[in-house]
Design a protein around this ligand. Structure first.
Ligand SMILES: Cc1ncc(C[n+]2csc(CCOP(=O)(O)OP(=O)(O)O)c2C)c(N)n1
Ligand SMILES: [Mg+2]
Length: 667
């Protein structure tokens, strides 16, 4: 065994990763040792010789980005961060892998540890977020030049990441945009959970990448030197690169390696002992030999000088403040008040998607960090403004991305751009197709990445396209997602306010916007961003208040008309516009009770009106309130006919309210 100790070879450095992965999974009796053990040599090549990073300043803007797309192999990144000298995770953190309050969560979370660029685990999304990071890098490079922005995005992906449908979108987009700074290392171990990849895959993964314009190459993944050579070639090539890294899952566990048994379970005491002998590891758990640790720490300092030089260039650039503010996500530019003044001069009757475009004209002129786009619905989503050129392989400085029909790919790429920093991405599709982006919206929310989803055609009000295109459950299901703010503005003023609130929120937002024209409901200036309060009293009852009509978006004007009729019958009715339930829930109790008094519903009937599922509206109406909406799939017809058909007219609403009031009086 002595020969292992002559010098800390790359293999011995890699074995430190293997040891920590085995030990942590063993201690947790849960986790995935196979992937880190198989990819240890490849990761050692990347982190000791190629990746540009500095554990002393994990947020250094010009660092290379590394994304562990195969997030189940989280112990790989935890080991790497510890070995290269990041402040966390400590060895104690690693000992507590997968336990409550350890930053070493089951899957890597960017909000837990500096050095983790993206939250991964849902397979495929890491690669797709990396595409967004690579776009962000080229875009900022086009603006600030090589002196300030000149880095790469590296990814480790497994068979699973490349099998997911999303991968087709991500690979297509990266190939089309010629993102040469993107390098994916594919852990080709021919194993997934169910067993051999022969069970489920016969496609030529490499040929698929080549067909999309990628540079492809392969190497022995158990030879760190060979992996390094492949990385060098990938770096030199102008196309995005896929390196097929041939490995053996669980490498070093003599009886289990190469089998799915190492994928996602502790190896067991006996097998760990056998692996220690096989690999020449220290006998004690969680132990890294001093010379190996020293070599790792030294590797972690490789980019020290590069960082210092970058800071000197930044100091000399004359753009230091601007650049740092932009990376930090600071937004100045007072676009809202001037824009509102123009709107209030002559309140327009427009669809809120059009109102969003009008707001964006002001936003994109005032805030250079925005990058817009759409998944092939630019003219419908109204996401492109006059000053936006397309961001293309020939013009990375453009600020509008034609994502193609790749909703999930767009959403994941936007997460990547937001995580990279320096960019505020927004992108459009129909609200119905939020289902196609939903897993990425969820990662926006979990990571609190500032992405704005412009989701138009937000109800049966889209009309003739029919039930396949008409959202029903979407608004409420998106509202159910933690940390995501869902806005549904009622007119052009609210739309601008919602945009302002979304831009100010340190996390993702959805703007649900109408296809059909809406009358203005806000015609007077207000000192506050009322939409930012989530809900506000748009009209106060004239007669004694018996009813509160709570409506969102396109239904607010209908509620106003219904209230007028009720008042005509001597029934006092407030109208509350509620563009964002999440925001309203955040207001203090006094405000909430002022807007929605009488929780018991004894004195006042609360009525929710939204052209979507009524599921969940009892939260605001109370169990004895009235919920007016659509609890079935829609239908193909002109919007006006559908609103009649589904009882979303002032007359129908007044009828139901009156009935309900009579029922109560009988009690
Ligand atoms: C979207 C998604 N589906 C399923 C899973 C559960 N899962 C985790 S790892 C894995 C198998 C992945 O195989 P591979 O990428 O080859 O990883 P390896 O077994 O080689 O480590 C699956 C199905 C997941 N994490 N994400
Ligand atoms: Mg595999």
């Amino acid at each position: 065994m002595e020969h292992y100790r002559l010098q800390p070879t790359q293999r011995r450095l890699a074995n430190a990763i293997r040891a920590l992965a085995m030990d942590a999974v063993e201690a947790a009796n849960s986790g995935h040792p196979g992937m880190p053990m198989g990819m240890a040599d490849a990761a050692t090549a990347l982190f000791t010789r190629h990746l540009k990073y500095d554990p002393a300043d994990p947020a250094w803007p010009d660092r290379d980005r590394f994304v562990l797309s195969a997030g189940h192999g989280s112990m790989l990144i935890y080991a790497l961060l510890h070995l290269t000298g990041y402040a966390r995770p400590t060895m104690d953190d690693i000992r507590n892998f997968r336990k409550l309050h350890s930053p070493c969560a089951g899957h890597p979370e960017n909000f837990e540890l500096a050095g983790i660029e993206a939250t991964t685990g849902p397979l495929g999304q890491g690669v797709a977020m990396a595409v967004g990071m690579a776009i962000a890098e080229r875009h900022l490079n086009a603006i600030y030049g090589d002196d300030l922005v000149d880095h790469r995005t590296f990814v480790i992906a497994g068979d699973g990441c490349l099998m997911e449908g999303l991968n087709h979108e991500a690979v297509g987009l990266a190939g089309h945009l010629k993102l040469g700074r993107l390098i994916v290392l594919w852990d080709d171990n021919r194993i997934t959970i169910d067993g051999s990849t022969d069970l489920s895959r016969n496609e030529d993964v490499v040929a698929r990448h080549a067909a999309a314009g990628w540079h492809t190459l392969e190497c022995d993944g158990l030879d760190s030197g060979k992996v390094g050579q492949a990385i060098e070639k990938a770096v030199a090539d102008e196309r995005p690169s896929l390196i097929r890294v041939r490995t053996i899952i669980g490498y070093g566990a003599p009886n289990k390696q190469g089998t799915a048994a190492t994928h996602g379970a502790a190896l067991g005491k006996q097998e760990v002992e056998a692996a220690r002998l096989e690999l020449g590891l220290e006998p004690e758990e969680f132990t890294v030999p001093a010379d190996v640790m020293a070599a790792w720490r030294k590797a972690g300092q490789r980019s020290h000088t590069a960082r210092a030089e970058w800071h000197r260039r930044l100091d000399a650039s004359g753009k230091k403040d601007e650049f740092l503010a932009r990376i930090a996500g600071k937004i100045d530019g007072d676009w809202l008040q001037p824009h509102l003044s123009v709107l209030l001069e002559k309140p327009p009757t427009v669809a809120t998607r059009k109102a969003s475009e009008m707001a964006l004209e002001a936003i994109n002129a005032a805030i250079p960090a925005t990058i817009g786009g759409s998944a092939d619905l630019t003219g419908s989503n109204n996401t492109k403004t006059k000053n936006q050129d397309a961001l293309t392989a020939d013009n990375y400085g453009g600020r509008y991305i034609y994502y193609g029909i790749r909703e999930f790919g767009m959403a994941a790429a936007m997460n990547g751009m937001a995580l990279h920093g320096g960019i505020i991405p927004y992108g459009g599709t129909f609200l119905i197709f939020s289902d196609y982006c939903r897993p990425a919206i969820r990662l926006s929310a979990l990571q609190k990445s500032k992405v704005i989803y412009v989701l138009t055609h937000d109800s049966v009000g889209l009309g003739e396209d029919g039930p396949t295109h008409q959202p029903i459950e979407h608004l409420q299901s998106l509202r159910a997602m933690p940390q995501l703010e869902v806005y549904r503005p009622a007119d052009a003023v609210e739309t601008a306010e919602c945009w302002a609130a979304a831009l100010a929120y340190d996390g993702p937002s959805v703007l649900a916007l109408s296809r059909q024209n809406l009358s203005p409901v806000r015609t007077k200036a207000s000192a506050k961003n009322l939409s930012g309060l989530g809900a506000y009293r748009l009209k106060s009852a004239g007669a004694a208040r018996k009813v509160i009509l709570i409506a969102t978006g396109s239904e607010v004007e209908i509620a106003l008309a219904a209230a007028e009729q009720l008042e005509g019958q001597g029934v006092g009715a407030d109208v509350v516009s509620m563009p964002c339930t999440e925001r309203f829930d955040l207001q203090d109790q006094a405000y909430r009770e002022d807007i929605l008094p009488d929780v018991s519903n004894r004195e006042i009937l609360r009525v929710a009106i939204e052209a979507g599922t009524t599921f969940g509206w009892e939260r605001y109406t109370g169990l004895h309130g009235l919920r007016i909406g659509i609890d079935r799939f829609g239908a193909s017809a002109p919007a006006g006919d559908l609103y009649e058909h589904f009882g979303l007219t002032p007359d129908a609403i007044v009828r139901r309210v009156t009935e309900q009031l009579q029922k109560r009086d009988m009690k």
